[in-house]
Design a protein around this ligand. Structure first.
Ligand code: ATP
Ligand SMILES: CCCCCCCCCCCCC/C=C/[C@@H](O)[C@H](CO)NC(C)=O
Ligand code: CA
Length: 551
């Protein structure tokens, strides 16, 4: 055993039948088959070394003869290896699979003597314990009604065993009604006891969690959530998402896959991904927070219609999507926005927000280093201010995507170049057009073609925007909708006798929840929350090749 420089341990251990040089450096566990015990030369099975970053080790366990193997396989291993199994230890680590999925792989090392095993196990455990970002105690909320109603089973079968293996303690709460988790976080949860919150469910459940946490942080810090101009305080707890919903776009866009095991592993290794949050107000009254999609028109209508079809499960969105496409309503109103200035990135970039994104880092640093500049921008509140732009028109859809909103239905998302943590949202305006053109736009969400490269679509990267539907400029538009609906409809229809579209009122789809008001004021809060994620990783060069390292 040697200890040169940064090398902590170097030993000859066995992996299966092969003798290996195994080393533990400060950040890397490496095992390499000794050339003498391998074949002389094999072109497809070279004597490659296998390395695992300590940051991606889940846990290490000592093997015991009585570990519950009742099929005799333990005895067989012992006989085959000619070793005492009490000398073995197993390292569980993250292994990358295709399409951003992670799995828990394991490798068992056999030592020549017990003291050496103790040394190895102790050293690895010491290194793991030194990783301060790993959560030790988590508060878990499960929505039993999400998606296909499998949240509880997914957690119990796929996630809880991994948390147990990694030594993560949990308090698990199965929600009893909508907003149960939000209310619990707002008032009851003893947040000081936890290093993070885990949400088992879909985008709506995640929305509950952030509403509870953000609200609690503002209350504790004396911030008035009703003031659209006040900067919000960031919370300290990270949030993990175990996808079990219908769209799961927040999980997909921050991890790259909707896979419970992958998400659980990102939680265990203590990843951290900051995320922008939009606050939505109506006349200085707080309505909601949004992290993914704020959609008026098409996406608002799809959501409203699909809520009546919840019993259909995730398929409700497809059915409502087709129905709303055929209905072809357009909406009149005024959109004002404050363009994002002095930042990197545009909504038409070819580059994507990926793990370690430099655009998010740059813009985030700029906003935290020069808050006065941000405040000046934000305080440019007056409608007359030259920074604000105003567009009046007829729209089929008004969407604000604070991140790509990628999901299995649209793997590149509503705004493919949007960033998770750059302090901006992409405001997408789809003007009134024919059904055929709108279909072209929609279908481009599912292909490589640019959905913004159409004359009736425009996209702006903004820090803040407002929307006011026509005829509802001053008072509560909700009241107007209820009192004057028929009168307004006939007026608009007389204005446009042969348009072929039906003018109407829509609702805002706010991360999958329907807003009660249509006139809204939206402001982006840069990197307000953190997730147990790292953004979508760039694929490795040889990702799709089988692992040649099997010893
Ligand atoms: N115990 C419960 N009973 C009924 N509804 C609940 C319960 N717990 C949470 N909810 C509500 O269920 C709604 C839908 O949940 P969720 O978002 O998890 O699933 P989904 O709608 O199927 O998925 P997605 O939002 O990804 O499309 C949320 O608005 C949430 O507030
Ligand atoms: C007629 C062909 C239509 C193809 C259209 C494909 C476009 C899909 C784009 C989906 C974007 C979803 C954005 C996510 C929004 C979530 O916040 C929300 C709640 O989960 N989900 C929905 C569907 O509103
Ligand atoms: Ca953003």
């Amino acid at each position: 055993m040697e200890r040169p420089g940064r090398l902590l341990l170097l030993s000859e251990l066995r992996v299966g039948n092969a003798a290996c040089d195994v080393s533990l450096c400060r950040s890397l566990l490496t095992w390499k088959r000794r050339s003498s015990s391998g074949p002389v030369y094999h072109p497809f099975r070279p004597s490659v070394s296998h390395s695992v970053s300590v940051s991606e080790i889940i846990s290490v366990r000592e093997e015991e003869e009585s570990r519950g193997r009742d099929d005799g396989s333990w005895k067989k291993i012992k006989e085959r290896e000619g070793k005492d199994c009490r000398l073995a230890f197993t390292v569980l680590y993250v292994e990358r699979r295709q399409q951003h999925r992670w799995r828990c792989a394991e490798v068992t090392f056999t030592c020549p003597e017990g003291a050496l095993r103790q040394h190895w196990v102790g050293s690895i455990r010491e290194q793991l314990a030194a990783i301060a970002s790993r959560p030790k105690h988590l508060l878990v909320y499960i929505n039993p009604c999400s998606g296909k109603r499998k949240g509880k089973r997914i957690y119990e079968e796929k996630v809880a065993p991994l948390f147990a293996q990694a030594g993560v303690a949990t308090q698990v709460i199965v929600t009893e009604r909508a907003n149960y988790a939000r209310d619990h976080l707002r008032t009851e949860a003893e947040l000081k006891k936890f290093d993070g919150v885990v949400c088992v469910g879909g985008d709506g459940m995640f929305s509950e969690i952030i509403h509870g946490l953000i609200w609690r942080t503002q209350m504790d810090g004396g911030v008035d959530p009703d003031s659209p101009d006040e900067a919000l305080l960031p919370g300290s707890l990270r949030i993990g998402i175990i996808p079990a919903g219908s769209t799961d776009c927040i999980c997909f866009a921050t991890v790259g896959a909707n896979d419970p095991v992958t998400s659980a592993l990102h939680v265990i290794v203590g990843d951290s991904q900051p995320m922008d949050v939009c606050s939505v107000h109506h006349n200085s009254t707080f309505l909601r927070y949004s992290v993914s999609l704020l959609g008026y028109g098409f996406y608002g209508d799809v959501l409203t219609d699909s809520e009546r079809k919840r019993w259909l499960g995730p398929a409700r969105y497809d059915l409502s999507g087709v129905k709303m496409f055929l209905t072809h309503h357009y909406y009149e109103g005024t959109v004002s926005y404050l363009p994002a200035r002095g930042i990197k990135g545009t909504p038409r970039d070819a580059a994507r927000c990926r793990s370690g994104c430099v655009v998010c880092q740059h813009n985030g640093e700029q906003l935290s280093e020069k808050p006065e500049r941000y405040e000046v921008d934000e305080a440019s509140d007056s409608e007359n201010d030259s920074e604000w732009r105003t567009i009046r028109g007829k729209f089929l859809a008004i969407n604000a995507a604070s991140m790509s909103c990628a999901c299995p239905r649209s793997p590149k998302g509503l705004s493919p170049a949007a960033h998770l943590a750059d302090g901006t949202t992409d405001l997408i305006l789809v003007r009134k057009c024919s059904r055929f053109d709108f279909l072209r736009h929609l279908l481009r969400h599912t292909s490589k073609d640019d959905q913004f490269d159409l004359t009736f679509v425009e996209v702006h990267r903004v820090r803040r925007f407002r929307f006011t539907p026509r005829y509802c400029q001053s008072n509560s538009d909700l009241d107007m909708r209820e009192n004057g609906k028929h009168q307004l409809f006939s007026q608009i229809c007389r204005d446009h006798p042969a348009c072929g579209c039906a003018p109407a009122y829509s609702s805002w789809n706010c991360d999958g929840e329907i807003l009660t008001h249509t006139a809204i004021d939206v402001r982006v809060h840069c990197q307000l929350i953190k997730l147990f994620a790292r953004g979508i990783e760039e694929p490795m060069v040889f990702e799709d090749l089988p692992n040649p390292c099997a010893i």
